[in-house]
Design a protein around this ligand. Sequence first.
Ligand SMILES: O=C(O)CCC(=O)C(=O)O
Length: 676
Amino acid sequence: MLLIINLDARTDRRAFMDRSCVAPLRAIKTEVAYVQAVTATDAASDKALPAFALDESKLEALLDAWHSSGCEAVSKSGLERYYLRPVSNEEKACTRSHRLAWQKAREAMHHNSDLKWVLIIEDDCVPCLHPAAESQWAAFYGPAWQVAWRHVAKAMESCGEDFDFVYVGRHRLGPEDESDAVVRPAGFSSCLHAYCVTRQGCDRLLEKSASIPLMPADDLVPALCGTHPRKDLLSTKEPLRAGCLQRDVLFQLQSMALPGDDVYAISQSSIEPPEMRSMRQELWRHPSLWLERKDILTLRTCGKEPLQSLNDASAWRRVVLMADDDERPHNVFDGGRSVSFSENDLGAVNVWEALCRRNHGASSLLPWNPRPRQRKPLPDTDRFTMERCLKPANPPSPSELIAHGGSPFLLSNFSEVRASLTDLGSRRWRCSTQGELNCRCTASDLQKYSAVTTDDDPLVLFDHENIPENLVIEPPSSMKDDLLEDFASKTEELWRDAESGAAQLLGRERKWLVAGGRGAGSQWHRDPFWTSAYHCLLSGRKLWCFFAPAGAGCLPPGLVDEHTAPAADGWFREWEHLLRCSAELAVDGALAWCVQAPGDCVLIPPGLWHCTLNLEESVAFTRNVVNGRDAKAVRASGLEITRDDPALGEAYARLVRARRSDSPPGNGHGPVPMEE
Ligand SMILES: O=C(O)CCC(=O)C(=O)O
């Protein structure tokens, strides 16, 4: 038997289920019935668990418990959204609806002694991860439902009464033993969109949930199983036994529906946490989203999709940045145009605010009253685990550096050179935010700006031109054999007038001065062209985080693709709890951190992901190198240079070959085949 939970008001979902699932399953003689879901209004006066809403400190403790028990890595706001607020009426209604389904399943089993289990689903369930056009629902999903049903029936036959319920689709969140049984014990899981209840399980679910105040079904059920990291939700003397299939068979529409798909509207949840709604409104308050009223009015008339896209902060920032810029192509990676700010702009406001005011007129045009935003607290590194902390090391020898492959090094007291922002004189330095916006300003303007800004990604001075000689620091001996330096000096005619990224790197952009205020930093990135770098701090304190991916394509937590990383302070706010956890983390690689003090030098090997955050206003010198003794790095950077600029790549390969034949064997220069 199949029970489908459906709200009367969701006629869209009912029609979808009728055609995609109910008719095809009835055609193979499966009994199907709907369970009329409880509405939020009906559940409004129900008592919810008062202790469900956590305060900040309990949420922090939950983040730690969550990750040290090996659960899937989640961001801070990911948990805040659910646990920093009371149970919503929609969630109470949803839990009551599942209870109704358990009652209905029990009655059905009572009347039919052959019925050993019942499949319960929510009305946004699909048997495969492909959206289908409305005209194809029956033809596309129908046969898949029949296959899924037979698969589930066979699995449930094999496990008898071993489990109280079995997830048929779920979001696995916790660790579990991976036996090869058809149905195996499930660890902490969420998403009750598809599960089978057994006879005994039905009784136990009803009995155990009868006397407790309501909480979201996605928390209640794992709490009853004793797998939920929140042990405060309820005490479980005899936990329920949850099973799962080897692989999910049923999915939620929201896992795959995109704007434009016929199933997109149906996938919209009726129990979106209220926090999410106010978060979306909050985005509007961000200065970078200020648009002219007429832009918004135009978008309003364009229908739902454009209106929804108004919620995409980064998309809008790009729109704002690229507006009125006829000369440059709309390329977000080219650093945009260079903007010049007056001292007043930088001394008193956020950089985005200044820009938006200039481009889009006075604040009287704004449809909202922007609230002043708070300056954000910085990570508390005293709470970070020392197990992930990079220990200060002696400068490695060239072979040690190579032997350590992808590991960074922290060299304490490497240099005696010191400089603060005030030592950087009156020239106008090149500053940027996450590569999207360039401007020029003096160090003293940057300092004033840094003292007051609440920007999400504050400006950082990042300049390679006219670095004062006394601030240029020579590399540690292990990085002295810099192939780039050699190459740049021998190929000037090739790179002098070329525009490619490789030409820029060789000719102009290998040595950098980096400076910024407290809270400014660099988002997650890997250095370009497979270069390594050494980075010496001249003043201040800088927090580093490193990520060594477990394999190709693995990304630091919170990144969805290689080119889109959140601002550094935002990343730390969302994920710093991972640096507190000493247990093994459920992320696709290893995380490490260190705090760099004045005089310290950090060595960053090629290909290592890293991000930084200034714990204090800081100034640093950094230089990219290709370690001529590291055959792997030489080859990898050669390939990337060739990809970017074939003429330079060819010259690079010639140089590598010449160096190889010049040097006697056994000097550490391995063979470096440059052709792929
Ligand atoms: O100092 C910083 O913010 C980081 C610099 C950095 O990571 C780099 O130059 O690649």
